[in-house]
Ligand binder design. Sequence first.
Ligand SMILES: [Zn+2]
Length: 547
Amino acid sequence: MNGAGAPASTWRDAGGAWLRGIAQIAFLEHWLDGVLVLAATALLSPWSAVGAALGALFAVALGRRVFRQTEWEWQAGFGAYDCAIMGLLWGSVLARGGAPVLLFPLFLLLCLALRGPVHRIMAKLGLPPFALPGLMTVWIALGVFSVLGANFWVYPVPLDPTATEIGLAIACIVIGVLRKNGRVASATVLLAVCTVGMMHWSGQDPWSIGAAGLWAFTVTPAFFAAATMLSGFRLGWVAGAIAAVAAAAVWLAWMALPALAAVPPLMAPLFIGLWVATLLCLGRDRVLCMDPSTQAAARQITAAGRGGAVVLSGAGISTAAGIPDYTAGAWLDVGVPLARYGYGAFLSDPGSRALYWAACARFRVVADHARPCASHAALAAIEAHGLVSTVVTQNVDDLHQKAGARNVVDLHGTIFKVRCLQCGVGHEWPADDAWFAGDLLCPQCNGFLKPAVIAFGEEIPAAVWQAALQAVSNCRVLLVVGTQLAVGAALNLVATARARGAKSIFITMGTLACPVFPGDIMLIQPAERALPAIARLLGVTPMARAS
Ligand SMILES: [Zn+2]
């Protein structure tokens, strides 16, 4: 009995979404963790557990049909997360019973309605929303209750867990976080122990509800969430430390400011700490840095080790610098048949030679004025860091070299050089328009001079091809950037890398002329956004960031 467009879902899906929503209270995602979080909550405050369970259930029942959550969001429990958090904080109302309990479903509806707009605003800011709608709804409830003269936030709530119950609750959460990430979880536990120890040492009771707010609901989850958000990267530890310190500072400031005394901070310091860490550690690359595919690409480059990655770049990396696609002929005269720019025409027809020289001269002027983009800078920095051994490029614009890349194989040559087709000796570029006056010939051997780029139908010089082939044969990761692989030589290099067992990462805005395999990583992003994000995750700072 499914409405049009609504995919079939079973009781199992709904149960999974419900428990995954509850698991996210502790920044976990498996349904089993939902059981652990619920158990931990029940041990400390049974009514909060009831509230969280009811809230998440309500969201799962309505989220997809009424509030148009996507199937993915719903299944992952993201819709239920806010309502679970809200239910948790309604525990004291539910415990007291009576008429105010009837307001609970209304506030759950408000929470679900707020989700869309809040998420859109946070997406514009490029920051994760966490359970901000849930938190906002709790604050609104607080205002409504105080206007009605009722006490929503009974502080402390009627609960008095024993030491055993507290210990068991902590054990449940520790099992959950250990299951997600053992290293981060161990560091988090250590941090929690240190914080509790410091509180004890400074004469506070760490087990009182006010103090637990600082160590259990602020410092500890801030560190765990930030570090797991960037797990596998050194940056994750930095982000965790920043989030923990920032969250603690906000908590302490909140407690010290009389103006804020009426509003309980709840998870606000935690969220603010995480946003501060996101902004400081990820800056303007933050959205892509949090994207799972970008992280997977960066992890794969790290795993390939020193010199383990080779880059194969194409026109897409230089379009942001205003350079037309060389291999697609986007720099040639309109209306002139493509064949006139071919290698055969160059050898046989003086008119075609003049046309070719003129087109190359125009391309050279454009390339000469172009500055490397953020993508070139990021690649050069990753190379300097030792992770990339070679950059094989189909481009002829020298922008990789201008950005500081050292080991570049110019597969199609360079527009800044001129070469004799007979003896191979390089020469200076001739004066403008010299090609219209007659053929440009080598002073040494009288062979034709030609811009040192590969024309249609011209063979890639054997030494260049060997260098490219050798680079891709020895790589563990081939990073393909800004090329649709429309040219046979590039396809051949990808196939060679694959045959040698290298992993492939594709960063492209267009379709690919080669099949994508299940193990490949595909980033449909402009190179000038994706590569700086990868560099940042790798802990590499681009030498100079061009616009
Ligand atoms: Zn010559």
